[in-house]
Design a protein around this ligand. Structure first.
Ligand code: FES
Ligand code: FES
Length: 208
């Protein structure tokens, strides 16, 4: 689990995704893109014969401290835009349906699944990916390496990102808090022991 899945936070990641799903289904109509419209409003517009817009639009995203411009379809997910338009490949596509956590990124400091977040909804927000905090011997990524916290590595960027989010919110997590903080991520290779130890070690290293 991560920040937005934590029961200790007011809105968990599943709730966030439900909101994203609504946005994905209803975001863009003729004239201007509208993100976050609720289903009732979308249905009302559909009843009036307002068609879903196709084509592309220019958006600007703040990614790892850089302003990046891209031409995207309004329905594009943030994961797609990061990986295929902006060449930010830290977040991985595995399940593509909010189940595994491989696509985890930080959006305004909160860990989210980028595979089910619209890129247009991320405009004006701070996006951080693995690339921005893989920063040497005191980094979370280094702790994963030192603790054999990976095998095939598909899940690893998501776990590192979720761990980063956890430690930014809670620099001194207990074992239980680490497990809770990472439980929105799945490792099919079963590296959980190493992952959890890496999180605990990273917490110590960051303080040194
Ligand atoms: S690829 Fe997004 S949660 Fe699995
Ligand atoms: S290391 Fe293979 S899925 Fe986690």
């Amino acid at each position: 689990m991560r920040d937005n899945a934590s029961s200790s936070n007011s809105g968990n990641r599943r709730d966030f995704l439900r909101g994203s799903g609504v946005a994905a289904a209803t975001a863009v109509f003729t004239q201007t893109a509208q993100v976050g419209m609720d289903e009732a409003a979308a249905e009302a517009l559909a009843a009036q014969g307002v068609a879903v817009q196709s084509g592309s639009m220019k958006i600007t995203l703040q990614v790892n401290g850089q302003s990046m411009v891209s031409e995207v379809e309004p329905r594009s997910t943030l994961l797609d835009v990061l990986r295929h338009r902006l060449d930010v490949t830290g977040p991985k596509r595995v399940c593509d349906r909010s189940s595994c956590g491989a696509c985890t990124i930080l959006l305004n400091g909160q860990s989210i699944y980028s595979c089910t977040t619209l890129a247009v909804a991320a405009q004006g927000k701070e996006i951080r990916t693995l690339e921005s905090f893989d920063t040497g011997p005191k980094s979370v990524a280094h702790a994963f390496h030192q603790n054999d916290g990976l095998m095939c590595g598909y899940c690893t960027p998501g776990f590192v990102t979720a761990c980063q989010a956890l430690l930014e919110k809670n620099p001194n997590p207990t074992l239980e808090e680490v497990k809770k903080g990472l439980d929105g991520n799945i490792c099919r290779c079963g590296t959980y022991v190493g992952v959890v130890q890496a999180a605990l070690d990273a917490a110590k290293a960051i303080k040194v």
